[in-house]
Design a protein around this ligand. Structure first.
Ligand code: DNO
Length: 348
């Protein structure tokens, strides 16, 4: 297992030289944030990013994410051009020896929260989600003024995208994912790149848009589309965790044992309702995800991929990108590495 840390590039208020001081962190999770969706990620640009990270004594372990163009998710005829570009970006990763690619297949929006700074009893703040608050919003009236939401689109573009999705049901989305994976996974395999889909976050439909990567059965269906180690999962405990119906430990073990989990996002959450939760510190006692058992399962199943502490709280008056401050994620990395060492050494 390699401990990694997400870094948003030169625009990240957290410098690499601080990240390298977290003793257990060996790898960086990053991306090129300014390549327009659907374009090829130039080899030279990725090489520069990789060198920059290597200069700090770290490895560029994971690309998170190369976004999937909406035309691919919608199954529009124009998708082939974007799929070709995606394949070339993967080849470029392979040429540089960057081994893992995290991506998602959520229509229009990525992860979604209704509050980015909910105060916890200890005075720290965390991200939270309440489905009722989402239901109360009609996004056709415009992009809601809530933080953390896709602002990549103008109100106009958003409206036409939503219209386009009006005719796209769950099975259509599966069909389009199928088409995409059949085209890209063989290239990933040839290139030595392991792709891992990020589960939908939260794991249910929002704004009437279909979401399909929501539970264990969906993960199984995904892995069956192309039988390849390059067709895997970025197992995110905090994305699947809000769905109380999922046995996270069992699901994780199942796919790690099949060699289908190149990457793990370790995040903890506390469920506050059927479709409501807030994020917490990483340790087991703080939330509903038993992180100890997650790590033990990874060790038992012989996990050899990358892991990163996902979303942290804001603590010690830190200000920064919601979920992505330094302090709480650094605590998380130490906690995860401590569990890993203890579990690994006590089984020998
Ligand atoms: C949230 C992240 C997600 C993730 C993408 C992967 O903080 O876990 O934004 O990067 O969904 O494609």
């Amino acid at each position: 297992m390699i401990m990694t840390f997400r870094w948003y590039g030169e625009g990240d208020p957290i410098p690499l030289r601080h990240i390298r001081q977290i003793p257990v962190v060996k790898g960086i999770v990053s991306a090129l944030y300014d390549v327009p969706v659907g374009e090829i990620w130039p080899l030279e640009r990725m090489a520069t990013l990789q060198r920059r990270i290597l200069d700090e004594g770290l490895a560029l372990s994971v690309i998170e994410s190369i976004p999937v163009h909406e035309d691919i998710k919608l199954g529009r005829p124009t998708r082939d051009r974007y799929i070709d570009a995606y394949r070339q970006s993967i080849r470029n990763m392979g040429a540089l020896g960057i081994p893992i690619l995290c991506y998602n297949f959520m229509p229009v929006f990525d992860w979604m929260r209704t509050d980015l700074s909910m105060e916890l009893p200890d005075g720290s703040t965390a991200l939270s989600y309440d489905h009722e608050a989402i239901e109360a919003i009609d996004i056709k009236d415009g992009i809601p003024d809530l933080p953390g939401w896709a602002t990549a689109y103008s109100a106009e573009e958003l409206r036409s995208l939503l219209d386009a999705y009006a005719g796209v049901g769950t099975e259509d989305l599966w069909r389009n994912l199928n088409y995409f994976l059949r085209a890209v996974v063989p290239v990933a395999e040839e290139s030595g790149v392991r792709m891992g889909i990020h589960p939908d976050d939260p794991p249910w439909p929002v704004f009437g848009l279909p979401r399909i990567i929501t539970d264990d059965a969906a993960l199984a269906r995904l892995t069956e589309i192309v039988d390849s180690p390059s067709n895997g999962i970025s197992f995110c405990t905090g994305s699947l965790g809000p769905n109380a119906g999922i046995d996270l430990i069992k699901s994780l073990g199942r796919f790690v044992r099949k060699g289908r989990v190149p990457f793990v996002h370790a995040r903890n959450i506390r469920r506050t309702g059927e479709r409501a939760f807030h994020e917490t510190a990483h340790c087991s006692e703080s939330g509903d995800v038993d992180i100890y058992r997650i790590i033990r399962e990874l060790a038992d199943a012989g996990f050899d991929g990358a892991i990163r502490p996902d979303h942290g709280r804001m603590i010690w008056d830190e200000r920064g990108r919601p979920g992505y401050g330094l302090y709480d994620r650094a605590l998380g990395a130490m906690y995860l590495a401590g569990l890993w060492e203890a579990v690994g050494r006590s089984s020998k």
